[in-house]
Design a protein. Structure first.
Lengths: 270, 877
């Protein structure tokens, strides 16, 4: 059974995956697997951008999203016609482009916005995992994975990715669709800042920053730039205290990590 | 396995051809792709797998190790997304399909130069086009002499070799008695060329050289790498692809800290930065001086090295401590200018002094392309020198462009392949050398037309030694040497308006009646084509039979390949070489120009020029269609960067007059004793005779933001702005309420709020040199006070010479060059304001030129690809 394993920590956001997918499917007819994708507006693999924090503590990541080829795919029961959306022996899900009647039920049912309506052809379309290429025997991975310069997108047999899958997560797990696309290293929230002495106009190196919340206590020490970073935080409310020898302790309460938090340049008084 | 119904589809191509689809041009290759063709159609373009017909082990893959982890090449190429999307370029709705003539340009009557950039075009036949141009060439030669023709072997282009996009016209006119050459300046690395060369003497591009093997040395030794200005996730894309990204990820994996110093959270910083230090555009010199101040006052630089390897430290010290001008260049002083907090400046200086640090660039981005760019360029050399440049892990890196493991049998890894014979290199030489009889720097084309005569120091040619910068040139040459003003212009792959300095003045100057004929050859109807009189349709890499030498570094493996024709030419287009051959034939130079050689003859010549017959035979090469250079067995022994100079400066001197790092340049002092903009030691220049672009300027009251501009993420300079698939990325274009896809301007939410601007709004970026419409991208990826627009968007004039809708930001870049004695371009770090566009604005612009304005809104436009061919051609397709 095939899986995608996508390492968000190695995705540089180049969009080669999204574009290689278009190169394969726009203007090329791969019936019975897929009919041509329109030139613009459809993203059978959709790259997404996520910017977190404020100047100068800003981080960014990208999450490439193909069809999740879910084990419990909501699109399949939504389709009124038996056999139009089917699962192959290798787990990839295909919308039969010759049988689809364009009722859009699957488009609405997909919680990942991975299915697109082609108004000209009056069919629903999506990622096929490049099944037409895999079946040719010449290809072992889809175009998006071949085009990825960092090997962030990997594709293959589930059993060969066991180690990664144990550490991975899926998108929207609460929907229990059991996606076959696994993600590694999706960043969680951060709280960060720079600690400095406003009199000497120097950063304070080695200040102890204690963070509590989410039933955890974490400690960070400011680095050579006076910076502290708490990364990988769950969403929640935190409080922070910053202590440095010879300075008054500085406290921050009610830090809500619904959004990532840059506390900016923080002066410590003597 | 089947599709479940038991039917398959035939995905096998009829043929697979190899193409280098990077866009740096100049014979160095890059962006290697496999192109699958079926039924005469390009089915797919994919990364090239080097092991297609060879065993990987025959490449002797290299390995670099740190902390027990290995960094190794992939066995496939890693092209940029626009290389993968290249069929969209070949089959762009903007392709020029046949020769065109401006409707109101009559070579036998009224030429209407004032209408360049306004009038449309009409289809003509190749016969008519070549007749007209042969007659024009003869007339101009007779009336004014051969030097009245200006050859603009323009900016960048596709990686073709025999059919290179540049300078075939120069080769023809050279046979006919000469021509005036537009000398292309080092537009991506001005600061190194006009600055650093005077410190370390290096003669070609001005960056650290030799830089052999520094990737290994940096990977093994660095604690920290400063990415200063340049973006490893953007600029390499156009030249070779994405090798830099894997190196950056590897450095993160092994704990090498990456600090980004730039106004924007650029694409490299977005995914690789351990720390981002935002700095106001073109104020890096202030930060650099303050770092020197800390090192001097705290005694934390390598004094021993400086004593034996550099001259002029005393003068630098005096200046930094304020002994010269009474102003110590303290962190407090610098902070006010560059926007970096005083404490962060001190911390950076101390971290740097304590750790093993290299600086990485890919050319330098906006940092070395502003007014006085030679000052930060030179200061960087001093900073590196003060920390023992050439020692373990102390280098200036043009990341993956230099310093990669050496290949066997490859004599040069320059961007331009100097091993090829003159027949092949001569056209390209028009872009990189000053070999025309009469010269005009590209940055001064408009001055040459409107304000001759000119004198300048240094031709500005990319490949000239430092000494060239002390030579005085004049335009026009004296009459007795054949000198004359230019009256005809022949340009190829042109993009001056959108990629060079003060584009609005270019448009204006081309309307000067003394310019009687303008010829452009290009695959796409865009930019400078629109100010031409005759346009000749050239074609793209996919349409030509050619050969490529992928010798530039920044590829996983060097290779060379026969680039077979993939598809038939679009319309009546011809290769750039064939375009000029058509005219040569009419001038009775056909045989001399072609030398009666076939494409196969020239492919063989390129193969022979590479002198690799000990590695592969011509027959075997022709059979396999490609060859991969193996890694040299002894590459690890190559001395890294300046190591020999570091070890023994007396025995291995630098190519400077003293053989040392010249913090103080006696040559600059001698040749330019009154130069306040590029004095013998680098300084902070607040304002000068050439530029007044600082926040301290009176002008800043009207234009309070600093504009920064880098090379674009989604195109290489002007190439690729019409790819429908890249234009869907949120950083490529912003769709305005009117449905037009605007070039983004990044502004910080704080600046946006003050101006009532929301993400997606149509805004004007402007100063007294003009107005450029953009789409607002309001986010935290840019520091407050800065407006960021990449250069190279396709020009779309609303009011020609004043208002551009296409986002061609360089139309409003400064009139001045780098500085008085440095004819580089200054296209980043200048004053503008950004405001929402109002109905009143449109009314005012319309009033300036109602006909041009109304025409602009009537032009055929498609948001997916932008302007279309039909927009400028009567009768259309």
């Amino acid at each position: 059974m095939k899986v995608f394993v996508i390492d968000v920590g190695r995705c540089n956001g180049c969009y080669s995956c999204q574009i290689a997918c278009k190169d394969e499917h726009v203007g090329n007819d791969w019936t019975p697997y897929a009919k041509p994708q329109p030139d613009t507006g459809q993203f059978w693999l959709r790259q997404t951008e996520h910017i977190r924090g404020t100047v100068p503590k800003v981080k960014m990541h990208y999450i490439p999203m193909p069809c999740m080829h879910c084990d419990e795919a909501p699109c399949m029961p939504a389709c009124p016609i038996e056999g139009v959306i089917y699962r192959r022996d290798d787990g990839l899900i295909i919308i039969d482009p010759e049988k689809c009647t364009g009722c859009k039920a699957c488009v609405d049912a997909c919680p990942y916005d991975a299915i697109f309506m082609n108004e000209d052809l009056n069919i629903a379309q999506k990622c096929t995992g490049c099944a037409h290429l895999l079946d040719s025997g010449e290809w072992t991975i889809p175009r998006c994975a071949d085009a990825c310069p960092t090997e962030a997108i990997q594709f293959g047999e589930e059993k060969d990715f066991k180690a990664q899958i144990t550490k991975a997560e899926v998108l929207k797990p609460e929907l229990r669709c059991k996606p076959r696309v696994y993600y590694l290293n999706i960043p969680k929230k951060f709280i960060a800042g720079t600690v400095y002495d406003p009199v000497e106009k120097e950063v304070i190196i080695g200040a102890t920053c204690n963070l509590s919340g989410d039933s955890k206590k974490l400690t960070a020490t400011t680095d050579g730039f006076g910076d502290f970073w708490f990364e990988g935080l769950e969403e929640g409310v935190y409080s922070l205290s910053i202590q440095a020898k010879g300075f008054a302790t500085r406290k921050f309460d009610n830090l809500n990590t619904e959004k990532d938090i840059n506390l900016g340049d923080i002066p410590l008084e003597k | 396995m089947s599709d479940g119904i038991g039917r398959k589809v035939d995905v096998k191509p009829d043929k697979t051809v190899i193409k280098a689809l990077a866009l740096g041009g100049l014979l160095g290759g890059g962006g290697e792709c496999a192109v699958d063709v079926k039924n005469g159609k390009v089915v797919r373009i994919r990364p090239f797998h080097y092991d297609w017909k060879y065993d990987c082990e025959s490449f002797r893959p290299w390995k670099i190790t740190r902390n027990g982890k290995d960094y190794k090449p992939l066995f496939k190429s890693v092209p940029s997304p626009f290389s993968l999307a290249y069929k969209k370029r070949t089959f762009s709705p903007n392709r020029i399909k046949y020769p065109l003539k401006r409707v109101d340009w009559d070579p036998n009557g009224e030429r209407n130069p004032q209408n360049r950039g306004k009038s449309k075009y009409r289809r003509i036949s190749w016969e008519e086009a070549s007749d007209i141009l042969a007659t024009e060439v003869k007339r101009v030669h007779k009336e004014y002499g051969p030097l009245a023709i200006l050859v603009q072997g323009d900016g960048h282009g596709e990686c073709k070799t025999i059919n290179t996009p540049h300078g075939h016209s120069g080769r023809l006119f050279d046979m006919m008695g000469g021509f005036t050459q537009q000398v292309r300046n080092p537009d991506s690395w001005e600061g190194w060329y006009w600055g650093s060369k005077h410190v370390w003497g290096q003669g070609i591009q001005g960056m650290y050289n030799p830089a052999d093997n520094i990737v290994k040395d940096m990977t093994e030794n660095c604690d920290m790498v400063l990415f200063w200005g340049g973006d490893p996730e953007t600029t390499p894309w156009g030249f070779t692809g994405q090798c830099a990204t894997r190196l950056c990820y590897f450095w993160t994996e092994v704990g090498i800290k990456q600090v980004y110093i730039c106004p924007d959270l650029n694409y490299g910083a977005a995914v690789h930065a351990d720390k981002w230090i935002p700095i106001l555009p073109n104020t890096d010199a202030a930060l650099q001086l303050a770092i020197i101040y800390i090192w001097v006052t705290e005694g934390t630089y390598n004094k021993e090295y400086v004593a034996t390897h550099a001259v002029g430290m005393d003068k630098v010290e005096d200046y930094v401590l304020g002994k010269d001008d009474g102003i110590p260049k303290t962190p407090a002083w610098a902070s006010k200018k560059c926007g970096v907090p005083e404490w962060t400046i001190k911390a950076l200086a101390r971290e740097w002094a304590k750790k093993i640090v290299s600086i990485a660039h890919y050319f330098g981005g906006s940092y070395v392309r502003g007014p006085f760019s030679h000052e930060p360029g030179r200061l960087e050399c001093i900073l590196l020198g003060m920390q023992g440049l050439g020692g373990p892990g102390v280098h200036q890196s043009q990341i993956t462009y230099t310093g990669m493991p050496r290949a066997e049998g490859l004599r040069s890894t320059r961007f331009f392949n100097p091993e090829l014979s003159e027949r092949i290199t001569k056209p390209v030489a028009t872009t990189i050398r000053a070999w025309g009889k009469q010269l005009i720097p590209k940055t001064w084309i408009q001055q040459a037309i409107d304000e001759p005569p000119l004198t300048f120091y240094g031709s500005g040619a990319i490949e000239t030694p430092t000494e060239d910068q002390f030579i005085k040139y004049t335009y026009p040459l004296p009459k007795e040497e054949g000198g004359t003003e230019i009256h005809m212009i022949w340009t190829d792959t042109p993009c001056r308006i959108t990629c060079w300095n003060h584009g609005n003045w270019t448009i204006d100057a081309f309307r000067n009646p003394k310019i009687e004929t303008v010829v452009a050859q290009h695959p796409w109807l865009e930019n400078d084509c629109l100010i031409a009189d005759v346009i000749l349709p050239s074609n793209t890499t996919l349409e030509v039979e050619d050969i490529v030498t992928n010798v530039r570094q920044g590829v996983n493996f060097h290779s060379m390949a026969i680039m077979e024709q993939a598809v038939q030419p679009v319309g009546e287009s011809k290769s750039d070489y064939e375009v000029v051959l058509e005219i040569a034939k009419k001038l009775d130079y056909g045989n001399q120009f072609s030398e009666n050689k076939t494409t196969r003859d020239l492919q063989k010549q390129v193969f022979d020029d590479m002198e690799i017959d000990n590695l592969i035979s011509w027959e075997d090469f022709l059979d396999k269609k490609y060859f991969v250079f193996p890694t040299a067995t002894d590459w690890e022994n190559d001395s890294p960067g300046f190591r020999k100079f570091y070890d023994d400066p007396e025995k291995h001197p630098l190519p400077t007059p003293t053989g040392k790092l010249e913090f103080y340049s006696a040559r600059l002092a001698e040749h330019f004793p009154d130069d306040k903009e590029r004095p013998p030691i680098p300084k902070w220049i607040e304002k000068s005779e050439t530029h007044d672009e600082r926040l301290s300027s009176e002008r800043a009251k009207m234009f309070p933001m600093l504009l920064m501009s880098n090379h674009g993420r989604w195109r290489t300079h002007a190439q690729g702005d019409d790819i429908t698939w890249t234009r869907e990325a949120p950083t490529c274009k912003v769709t305005g309420v009117d449905g037009y896809k605007y070039e983004p301007v990044w502004i910080n939410p704080k600046d946006a709020e003050k101006r009532g601007i929301r993400d997606g709004d149509i805004v004007k970026v402007f100063n007294e040199r003009g107005v450029v419409l953009c789409g607002a991208r309001v986010w935290e990826r840019i520091m407050p006070g800065v407006a960021y627009v990449d250069h190279g968007a396709r020009h779309d004039p609303l009011v020609p010479g004043w208002v551009d809708r296409g986002g061609a930001i360089n139309t409003i870049a400064p009139y001045g060059v780098s500085s008085r004695n440095a004819v580089g371009q200054a296209t980043s770090g200048y004053l503008v304001d950004v405001q929402k566009v109002s109905e009143k604005d449109y009314q005012e612009w319309r009033a300036m030129d109602p006909k041009a304005f109304d025409n602009a809104y009537r032009r055929e436009y498609d948001p997916a690809a932008g302007l279309r061919f039909n927009a400028w051609v009567e009768g259309g397709m």
